[in-house]
Design a binder for this molecule. Structure first.
Ligand SMILES: NC(=O)c1ccc[n+]([C@@H]2O[C@H](COP(=O)([O-])OP(=O)(O)OC[C@H]3O[C@@H](n4cnc5c(N)ncnc54)[C@H](O)[C@@H]3O)[C@@H](O)[C@H]2O)c1
Length: 274
């Protein structure tokens, strides 16, 4: 496998099993302001890079300052404006909403919001305390709602907007090693569908993108065991490994005008996991 995730400022030609590909550019994103939570590494960083490569004005928050600074530097070194970013722990809702307001002050009203931040740390039913439960929900569930609350006034001013909430196929395939994460991720479709009608009246679209098992550096280093490799080979219909860029492409489509009439849906990018 060639892991090119987060290794280039312009992910225009990343390697797949079938060879390099030349993905779409979505010209409607040019000059538009976009905000990504948890954009400093993993899938979020691939989205930040892809939006920047499309000419969008990108803002993001992440708790990981070092990775975020490195990402911003990489984008700038690649000839694009450095994204606006701030080290922010999204468990602090006031800090998250302040970051969104400040980023909007610098970049303009947001055309698109991607609720990407999450943590899939492992735990058991028996080990979970109320404090741990609250902590998991404060990362995996609550920030999306309050980020939406912060960007919607600007989207209403623009007369349009696109919100993408990152779901997961993990709970759908009954993965059992992270019950609190599974519960939070299962609520993403409720968030999407519960807001689609009221936001739709303002031409604000809201969708879920649910990744399968994506080979971020964290996944590869922490969870990809030989048994996991067997799982992928057995369960995916497609032989190639999912890369962060594969998720970014779907997110960019939905954020762009190409996704104009898509709302209230779940889009799964999982290589056909059975
Ligand atoms: N990687 C996968 O296989 C996979 C599968 C299904 C769904 N997803 C979903 O895709 C999205 C991105 O996944 P990923 O694997 O890149 O995630 P990740 O675990 O790598 O984390 C995403 C980013 O969030 C940041 N972050 C974590 N806690 C934070 C906090 N409290 N405040 C601010 N930032 C914080 C991390 O530093 C990281 O940059 C998530 O919503 C995840 O649930 C991923």
């Amino acid at each position: 496998m060639t892991l090119t995730a987060n290794s280039s400022a312009a992910p225009s030609a990343f390697a797949h099993g079938a060879g390099p590909m030349n993905p779409a550019r979505f010209p409607s994103l040019q000059g538009r302001a976009v905000f990504v939570t948890g954009g400093g590494s993993g899938i979020g960083a691939a989205m930040v890079e892809a939006f920047a490569a499309a000419g969008a004005r990108v803002g993001f928050v992440d708790v990981a300052a070092e990775a975020s600074a490195e990402l911003a530097g990489r984008i700038e070194a690649g000839g694009r404006p450095a994204p606006w970013w701030r080290a922010c722990d999204v468990r602090d809702v006031a800090a998250l909403q302040k970051a969104i307001a400040d980023a909007s002050g610098a970049l303009g009203d947001f055309h698109a919001l991607v609720n990407n931040v999450a943590s899939d740390d492992r735990h058991t039913l028996e080990s979970v305390t109320t404090e741990y439960w609250d902590n998991r929900m404060a990362i995996n569930e609550r920030p999306a709602f309050f980020a939406i609350q912060a960007v919607v006034p600007g989207m209403k001013r623009l007369g349009q907007g696109a919100i993408v909430n990152l779901g997961s196929t993990g709970w759908q395939s009954k993965a059992s090693e992270y019950p609190c994460y599974a519960i939070a991720k299962s609520s993403v479709n409720g968030l999407t569908r519960g807001l689609a009608k009221s936001l739709g009246a303002h031409r604000i679209r809201i969708n879920t993108v649910s990744p399968g098992w994506v080979m971020t550096e964290r996944q590869v280093s922490k969870w990809l065991t030989p048994a996991g490799e067997d799982d992928i080979a057995r369960n995916q219909c497609l032989p190639d490994k999912l890369l962060p860029e594969d998720i970014a492409r779907m997110v960019l489509f939905l954020a762009s005008d190409d996704g104009r009439m898509c709302t209230a849906q779940e889009f799964t990018v999982d290589a056909g996991w059975v």
